[in-house]
Design a protein around this ligand. Structure first.
Ligand code: ASP
Length: 340
């Protein structure tokens, strides 16, 4: 029944209307608490889908699968990952925005939720009004990496090389609005060049092409690049955070390596469509917090250069506050970089 609701919009609207009317009636009956509590008491009764806006095997997908298992265990259902690729994550966010607001469809997104409004004139959703926040998940450093036979050996050499070869150097990313695109824009701005960009559906496939030598360099989260860096399959220049990353202790920061303005931390958060009942969100937030406290998750994240956020950040309030702040910050930076 629930699955039918989500694939037949008219029926869905009718059922939502019916549910809303019943809830309103219940609220009017003395001695009942009305509202959403009945709905949440049985939630979830079925598997929950998490839409991931990039290709399988990439960093956003990896983090989602990492927390999906313990979240599912604590909820007693499966968390099913659906990769919806395209347009730097905006196709997936558009799809999630119009899903039934019943808690059975979540979206895992990252910093791109706050950069897309400045990068797209025709964004098919509003990050602040079309979604409810469930909680932050993790904040991941980015690395600047290249195919292993790319000429420059340090960030300083990379800067000089791209300045001299800007017509031929290729920069991979996961589409306009992705974190790798943002990092690439900041890098080009810092150097003062315009490079030939090669967009992919995610940095999973982009990294595969980088290792294969089809593109020259890119930025990507440590959750995707750590193994390739330590395995010597790519060349790494710097990490884009103020501090070095424990799992990659030899990799200098961008500040140490001479590009202090290139700072990006890729924060991830879980969303549900606007209108999802508060007590359903509370159930999801609790499961998220349980997953983030799981020692297996903590260890896997540490191996990949990151950590779960503190429990007080894995809340709808902290997540919304960061989203609002970041939309402002990146709107200004991207606007200035585009001459606006
Ligand atoms: N790391 C990616 C980005 O650049 C996306 C992905 O997870 O594949 O946004």
């Amino acid at each position: 029944m629930r699955r039918e609701q989500r694939t037949t919009p008219q029926r869905s609207v009718a059922l939502v209307f019916l549910a809303a009317s019943l809830a309103a009636l219940t609220a009017c009956v003395p001695g009942t608490d009305g509202g959403d509590s009945d709905q949440a008491s049985g939630f979830p009764e079925d598997d929950i889908e998490v839409i991931v806006p990039f290709a399988a095997g990439g960093p956003t997908d990896t983090v989602t699968r990492m927390i999906g298992e313990p979240m599912g265990e604590s909820l007693g259902v499966q968390i099913v990952v659906q990769n919806v690729e395209g347009a730097g994550g905006t196709v997936a966010a558009g799809q999630a925005a119009t899903a039934a607001p019943d808690g059975y469809t979540m979206l895992m997104h990252h910093i791109g939720m706050s950069t897309a409004p400045a990068l797209y004139d025709d964004l098919p959703y509003d990050p602040l009004t079309d979604f409810e926040t469930v909680g932050l998940v993790t904040e991941v450093p980015m690395t600047i990496i290249a195919r292993k036979d790319f000429e420059p050996n340090t960030l300083e050499e990379l800067v000089a090389y791209v300045e001299a070869n800007q017509d031929t150097v290729t920069l991979a990313h996961a589409g306009v609005g992705s974190a790798s695109n943002l990092c690439g824009l900041l890098l080009q701005d810092a150097i003062g060049v315009t490079l030939q960009e090669v967009p992919y559906d995610g940095t999973g496939p982009a990294l595969a092409d980088l290792v294969g030598g089809q593109v020259d360099f890119m930025c990507d989260q440590t959750t995707n690049t750590t193994g390739q860096i330590t395995g010597g399959e790519v060349k790494a220049y710097a990490v884009t955070t103020p501090e070095r990353v424990e799992s990659l202790p030899d990799l200098p920061t961008t500040t140490e390596a001479g590009l202090p303005d290139l700072q990006v931390s890729v924060w991830h958060g879980l969303y549900v469509p606007a209108g999802t009942p508060e007590d359903v969100i509370a159930v999801l937030t609790e499961a998220l917090q349980t997953a983030l406290a799981d020692q297996g998750v903590i260890d896997q994240m540490a191996d990949l250069g990151t950590a779960p956020v503190d429990a007080d950040q894995a809340t709808p309030e902290a997540h919304r506050a960061l989203l609002e702040e970041q939309i402002g910050v990146w709107g200004d930076i991207i606007g200035a970089s585009q001459g606006g």
